[in-house]
Design a protein around this ligand. Structure first.
Ligand SMILES: *[C@@H]1O[C@H](CO)[C@@H](O)[C@H](O)[C@H]1NC(C)=O
Ligand SMILES: *[C@@H]1O[C@H](CO)[C@@H](O)[C@H](O)[C@H]1NC(C)=O
Length: 375
């Protein structure tokens, strides 16, 4: 009887495990075909009907104040998981400084496929006053619609701003530096960001695949989409170019808008080394960069918080001072063993420290057009 029971159990176990194996296989098959159908769904270009949705605002926000720089952050219409976490971290870090620098953060979303979360998106928007929603389905291949929407929105609601910024949600912006550059009008007219040149992607099924009949040239030049700036004096021209552009409205936003459209409308692209595609790990990264993408952090928003918190001006000065005094200390020690060298570290004045640090940055070609303030 006991034996029978055992074999029965074994049988049940093995059959259930083969069953679960079968369901696993089925699941994989379903996911695969779903993925394939998603790729099939991609149209590569937008219709006139889709384009008209870029005028339709679902969740609205106030106009910009005169001279306020809007910073548009592409994020997804979900109320949990990484997109929500990133919004929260941005609100706790660089967005928190925005107001005092006459900047304003607006998270830009589309309409979620799952309409049941629309209510919580609305609640999040009411609470933070920083969400703009447009009336097209949220999807990676609708990012061109998103970018066009925010250009149009800026034209209608931020006409007295000097610049606008487009950024992704895995980016850290150096707000004090942006403020200095904007205030001193140091940013050239047109588009500014990290200029990229890449061959046109002809690999079927690739995320960035581009069919030859839609884009016959062999390569693109454009600004990396993680972050770029547009001076408002070119906004009207930019929008006009989009409307009159005779070719297909392609679904890869950065290369279409900052590459193809900018070329067609003769809107200048300016390269800036302050836009970092991979943000560094040392505490001085923040001091020398304007936009830092994929910080060690990008996947985990808590790291992003720590990066921002640790990369403050003072840590950088301190880091710099220590490494300088360390280098200076060594030879001295061999000459005069008895003197206490630790006192020489602590007696450097703050002014001297800043002067040394500024020299260091100039030596490394990292300080052009930016004046440091006292910490
Ligand atoms: C983009 O948005 C349009 C309009 O809402 C929608 O019909 C389309 O399916 C979306 N595209 C993708 C790839 O999801
Ligand atoms: C911007 O780019 C243009 C041409 O690409 C160049 O002539 C100009 O000097 C640049 N301006 C600045 C301020 O870098």
């Amino acid at each position: 009887m006991a034996n029978n029971n055992l074999s029965m159990k074994k049988f049940l176990l093995s059959s259930s495990s083969s069953l679960s194996l079968l369901s696993l296989l089925l699941l994989i098959l379903i996911t695969l075909s779903f993925k394939l159908s998603l790729i099939d769904c991609r149209n590569y270009e937008h219709s006139a009907a889709e384009l008209s949705l870029t005028n339709q605002v679902v969740i609205q926000q106030r106009d910009c104040y005169p001279n306020e720089t809007p910073i548009f952050v592409h994020t997804a219409a979900s109320t949990s998981g990484k997109y929500f976490n990133r919004r929260q971290v941005i609100r706790r870090t660089w967005a928190r400084e925005a107001y005092k620098y006459k900047m304003r953060i607006l998270f830009v979303i589309g309409v979620p496929r799952d309409l049941s979360i629309e209510r919580s998106l609305k609640a999040e928007a009411d609470k933070n006053h920083d969400i703009l929603q447009f009336n097209f389905i949220e999807d990676y291949y609708n990012l061109t619609l998103k970018a066009i929407s925010l250009l149009k929105w800026s034209y209608r609601h931020c006409s007295n701003s000097p610049y606008m910024v487009k950024t992704d949600d895995d980016v850290v912006l150096n707000m004090p530096m942006l403020y200095q550059l904007v205030r001193q009008r140091k940013i050239p007219s047109g588009l500014t960001g990290l200029v990229m040149t890449t061959p046109a992607n002809r690999e079927n099924g690739h995320k960035w695949h581009m069919p030859e009949h839609l884009y016959p040239k062999d390569s693109y030049e454009f600004l990396a989409g993680f972050s770029y700036l547009l001076s408002m004096d070119k906004l009207k021209k930019f929008l006009k170019t989009i409307i009159t552009y005779p070719g297909p409205i392609l679904d890869i936003d950065d290369l279409f808008l900052t590459g193809i459209v900018a070329d067609y409308g003769k809107i200048r692209r300016n390269n800036s080394f302050r836009f970092k595609f991979f943000c560094g790990t040392d505490v001085c990264t923040m001091e020398t960069s304007l936009a830092m993408h994929a910080c060690p952090s990008a996947k985990n928003s808590e790291y992003m918080y720590r990066f921002w918190k640790n990369a403050d001006r003072l840590s950088c000065y301190r880091h710099f001072r220590l490494s300088r005094s360390y280098r200076r200390r060594r030879p001295r020690r061999s000459i005069d063993e008895s003197s206490s060298s630790t006192s020489s570290i602590t007696t450097i004045s703050a002014d001297q420290m800043i002067a040394n640090y500024t020299d260091y940055l100039i030596d490394n070609h990292q300080l052009i057009g930016f004046k440091f303030r006292q910490p």
